[in-house]
Structures are given as structure tokens and as C-alpha cells.
Ligand binder design. Sequence first.
Ligand code: BTN
Length: 261
Amino acid sequence: MEISEIKKHLSAEIVGEKLFVYDEVGSTNDLLRELMGDGLAADGTVVVSDSQTAGRGRLGRKWVSPAGRNLYLSALFCPEISPQRSSVFTFLASCALVEVFSGYGVDATIKWPNDILVDGKKISGVLTELGTSAGSVDYLVIGIGVNLNLPEEFIHREMDDISEKTTSLSILLGEKVSRERFCAELIGALDRLYGEFRRRGTQAIVDMWIERWGFLGKEISVDVSGEVISGLVERVDGNGFLYLRTDKGDLRRVVTGDTVF
Ligand code: BTN
């Protein structure tokens, strides 16, 4: 990816002010942390790579990261926030993604906690990692993978176990997408929402996310380490935890898991 081409489309204040673009890295999340360790990354620094040799998803899953096709981006945030509120940044990233997809006429939905789907198929995922000391957040690394120009044949050939549940923007639009442009738009959306967070705090992001997510008051099922909890979503708190009212009448708090559709 061409850094000049990304910058051509970029309008942001903090996020992407420092932008590093690589051809190949292990994982952009790890590289960003290394840059930070070397004093080269600060609040808002973004790392993008053309490919990843060790791209990872949540819960130790692999993130398929071929060269020249997708977006692999990590952004560093150094907010004043408690560690238990860090998933608010996953929400922030999800809202930014939905916003960018809608600019392409694509109606993306959020699957709690970190998947972005179109027509029930995954197009993007967010991996939030954090560094803490003395009970507070030092930094958050928000890693975002977006399937941009993955053709159907590639998905079927290389992603057998998840191929039925995977899509890409080019499949949806029927044409290739400029990765640089999408990257700049995503950085712009992250920047705008980060500004919103700084001005109005975590609740503003959670409220926006709840609206985009659309499952408040609806029945969902969540797989929590093998136990499936089903219930009506009664509320989502400022930490991003879900409160499900089961049909037995219990209120279950869900901190992490995977939504089951
Ligand atoms: C998931 O859905 O499980 C999260 C996927 C996150 C993938 C991105 S790609 C850029 C960044 N680097 C990584 O190694 N992972 C994230």
C-alpha cells in the first residue's frame, strides 16, 4: 500500500497523525507495541501492513492475512480509562467500521462483541489488546482486519472451515476497492469517534454502539466458554457488559463470549 495514496484521502487530527506502512509484518498489533517500546508511537499512531505472517483474531484464532488484498490496521490509543472499560474501544472501532461500510452503500451489522457482518457473513473483526499498570490502562492497541478484495475462490480455497461465513467488500460491490481509500476513511472515522470519546466520555460511545447494534430488548444467545446463555438483552453497561434476562427470570451478566446466531 502506498502511504502517499492513503494520506491523499486522509483527514484526521490525532488518529493517523503518525502512520507507518509495511509490506509484511507478523502482526500489526505486535509491531505497534514494538514501536511504542522504542518510543516511536504515541496516542493515535497507526500501523498498516500489506500482509501479516501471524495475523491473529480473538481467542487465539488465526486471521487469514494474504498480501495485496485486505486491510490490516492497528491503532494506538492512550485514553484515561479503567481496564474494565477497554471494550468501549472495540465498540468505537465497530461503529467506525459500520460508518465506513455505509459510505459504500453496505449495511453492516455488529455481532457482539467484535464482529462486523454483512448478510450474516463476517467482513471484519476487531482485536483489542491492552497494557496496564497499577490498575489503569497505559495503552490500547485496536487491531482491525477488513476483507476488502478477497474473491470467492480465495475464500473457498483458503478458508475452508469459515468460508460459508466469510465475505469481502469486493464480493458485495462486484468490483475492486481501493485499500488506501478505505484505510483513510477508516482512520478518519476512528479519529472522529475518538474525538467524541474525549469530549463526551465512554457512555456516548456505548450509547452509539447500542443503537447501531440494535439488540437491546431482543433475545440473543451467547456462548460463554461452551455454556450458551440465552435471554432478552435488558441493558448494556458502561463497560460493554451485557445483562441477559433468561426465561427462568435470572439476570445474567455477560462479560465476554461469542454471540450465537
Ligand atoms: C477477530 O475477529 O477475531 C479479530 C480479528 C482482528 C484482525 C486484525 S488484522 C490487524 C490486527 N493484527 C492482528 O494480528 N490482528 C488484528
